[in-house]
Write a protein that binds this ligand. Sequence first.
Ligand SMILES: [Zn+2]
Length: 160
Amino acid sequence: MAELFCDICGNGPVRAQILVEGAKMLACSRCMRSGKILMRLDDDDEGEPIVRSIPTTMESSEEIVEGYGKIIIAAREKLGLPIAVVAERLKEKESYLHAIEHERLAPTMEVARKLEKELGIKLVEKVAGTMSPALSKPSSKNFQPPTLGDMIDAKKKKEK
Ligand SMILES: [Zn+2]
């Protein structure tokens, strides 16, 4: 196969011809999913998953797990620790921990780490980023956050 480069990201090798917004393009294995696949250029690994590994360029971030409040309460009760004791050990306010347990407030990463250590639980999870240069189109109309003005307008309309 001749040296072909992906029309989308410029890298090779090209693995498929795809249709993107009516245009036929050559795409590498990473970019072929951003359009309709017209033809695969090598049939060797048919049946294999298209994406074999998470691209290393993907940014990952950390997030507090869902249901953290219940996790904290369960762990604290299992250990038989009153909230006041945990607060003292963490050097945080009891009311603050209370709010976290009832998920009125999300703990900061620092507090989450302390809770993890103190209670032997897992509150922070790594989240793979959604940033992918192949999939972000500069002209995307879906990526415009509403302005404050828009939100006020929407609110007014609702109230009418
Ligand atoms: Zn590509």
